[in-house]
Design a binder for this molecule. Structure first.
Ligand code: NAD
Length: 262
């Protein structure tokens, strides 16, 4: 696949987390010029930046293109701070070519009548308003010079299949899929493509509070018979941002071990 991402600039929210750091690592192998690790966790963000710099230092030696990896510590729910952070990144690196909106949280596992309104609001605030804030900030920067761009949101199979005990999360991810389509339609004429990826389950801290046996049941919902790995999902983001996907916008790319058809 000819991705042609050499020299592009990338921002990845939730970039210090499990999937976000895998996405950043994957873009780093494509010859991009700059990657911002965007996350609200200060220490984890700086650790992720250090790890990515170390992992790519070999490539940097003797390479003609240099990769800058920078920390951007910001809470995606803070509209003004996100707009300012993306403007700063643009003034530093020229533009934003690629924006990956991947930060997300889950509420404690519970049937709907046990979910607190605070938990419901918090999940919507991070998973939906956060993606709105970051999509808006990226589009504002991408429209500055009329050269377009690519945005990929992390949704989930929970956004269009039924996962009990996670109503705030499922509702937030369903909204992300629809927000993706709306943004795709609004900005296609300006060369800004907006897509989302819906992963099935890859085990992270998201699953820490599950009762015994729950992970086995979740694994059983994936016909390929195992959980995914972040590296198996990260390539979808690269594809959607590459020239190979130049005619792809508004789509929801499902990477789920067959879960949605099972
Ligand atoms: N793990 C799964 O099985 C699974 C399945 C489908 C979709 N997803 C989605 O994948 C994405 C990444 O999840 P993960 O499993 O890698 O979890 P993770 O907890 O490892 O990563 C999430 C990252 O988001 C960051 N974050 C959370 N709230 C934030 C905020 N307000 N502002 C900025 N950053 C914030 C966290 O610090 C963390 O680094 C999420 O959107 C999640 O919903 C996960």
């Amino acid at each position: 696949m000819d991705t042609n991402l050499i020299g592009r600039t990338v921002v990845v929210t939730g970039g210090s987390g499990a999937l976000g750091s895998a996405i950043a690592r994957r873009f780093a192998t494509e010859g991009v010029a700059a990657i911002a690790i965007v996350d609200h966790d200060h220490d984890a963000t700086h650790a992720a930046v250090g790890a990515l710099r170390d992992a790519t230092s070999e490539r940097q030696r003797g390479a003609t293109s240099v990769l800058d990896v920078v920390p951007v510590v910001v809470d995606v729910t803070d509209h003004d701070a996100v707009q300012a952070a993306y403007a700063t990144f643009t003034s530093q690196f020229g533009r934003i070519d690629i924006a990956i909106n991947n930060a997300g949280i889950v509420a404690p596992s519970a049937r709907l009548h046990h979910v607190t309104v605070e938990d419901f609001r918090r999940v919507l605030e991070v998973n939906l308003v956060g993606i709105f804030n970051c999509t808006k900030a990226a589009i504002v920067q991408m429209r500055n010079d009329g050269k377009g761009g690519a945005i990929v949101n992390t949704a989930s199979v929970a956004g269009f299949t039924t996962w009990t005990h996670s109503s705030p999360y499922g509702a937030s991810k369903a909204a992300v899929i629809q927000l993706t389509k709306l943004a795709a339609a609004e900005y296609a004429a300006e060369g800004i493509r907006v897509n989302c990826v819906s992963p099935g389950t890859f085990v992270t801290r998201f699953h820490d509070d599950l009762p015994p046996g729950a992970l086995d049941a979740i694994r059983g919902r994936h016909p390929l018979g195992r959980f995914g790995s972040t590296d198996e999902i990260a390539g979808a983001y690269v594809y959607l941002c590459s020239d190979a996907a130049g005619w792809v916008t508004g789509t929801n790319l499902v990477i789920d071990g067959g879960m949605a058809v099972g």
